[in-house]
Design a protein around this ligand. Structure first.
Ligand SMILES: [Zn+2]
Length: 269
């Protein structure tokens, strides 16, 4: 590391500490990352482990396969190769997933993968109506309590649907006609969130659009604005509606329409 780099680190580090120190219990000298070792910061893993039994989007006969290539007994080391869909399990939709000419997964600016988590809780609405679409009024109410959604936020829709995982029938909630029913964002709400200059949008269901959507208007709007999406996030119940920081780490797959993602929430105790 050269002198120039060192100067940059000194300048950047305090900003990093402050931006990650949302909790009242943390001082400027101890940010969220330092708080991990001292136990003041809790890490919540929002990704499912990947295997061949996860709830996939309907239609793909092959979703995941892993093959053992080397064993310790035979080869002296253990390795596998694997094959999987880009959109399987907890995954990121890159902007190129829908509108042509947008960023593939490796081209998303890394700055967009770190940000404050804004949690919109619609568990009671979703329990009453499986086709519930996020009302802009929920965003309005959130902002009344917490202030305007900051630029760079990663907005998560907490529907409670993760409690149905990994039961395929209950999670997809498919009716006799083959139509799925689970809650999602509405185009109206997505427009409001895009005005806030958010970095990403996420949900604890199979899709950002509600299950009964035919033309995926939220995908078109959000990805068209170069904002990525996170789908099939794990249980969001322990996240505060404001105050957690997110680290989003997708596979850096060249040319990918998306891919497996590890998402961590840092929550100050
Ligand atoms: Zn997807």
């Amino acid at each position: 590391m050269g002198i120039a780099h060192r100067v940059v680190s000194v300048l950047v580090l305090p900003v990093f500490c402050v931006s990650f120190a949302h909790g009242q219990s943390q001082t400027k000298s101890e940010g969220a990352l330092e708080g991990i070792a001292s136990g003041k910061t809790r890490i919540i893993d929002l990704s499912y482990a990947i295997n061949d039994k996860l709830v996939a989007w309907p239609g793909d006969p092959r979703v995941f396969e892993a093959t053992v290539n080397g064993t310790v007994e035979k080869d002296g080391y253990f390795t596998r190769s694997f094959w999987m869909l880009e959109h399987y399990g907890t995954h990121l939709d890159a902007p190129a997933h829908f509108p042509p000419g947008k960023s593939t997964v490796e081209k998303i600016a890394p700055e967009k993968f770190f940000g404050p988590a804004v949690v919109l809780d619609v568990r009671s609405e979703s329990a009453k109506d499986a086709d519930y679409q996020l009302s802009p009024a929920v965003i309005e109410a959130w902002e009344k309590r917490n202030g305007k959604i900051p630029a760079g936020a990663i907005v998560l829709l907490r529907t409670g649907w993760a409690s149905r995982w990994p039961d395929v029938q209950r999670y997809r909630n498919t009716d006799a006609k083959g139509e799925m029913h689970f809650p999602g964002f509405s185009a109206e709400a997505a427009k409001v969130l895009l005005e806030r200059k958010i970095s990403g949008l996420g949900c604890d269901t199979l899709s950002i659009d509600p299950g009964n959507s035919k033309d995926f208007p939220v995908h078109r709007l959000v990805l068209g604005a170069e904002v990525y999406q996170l789908e099939n996030l794990r249980d969001l119940s322990s996240l505060p509606e404001m105050g957690a920081s997110l680290i989003v780490a997708p596979i850096k797959l060249e040319g990918g329409s998306g891919g497996a993602v590890r998402v961590f929430a840092l929550v100050s105790k």
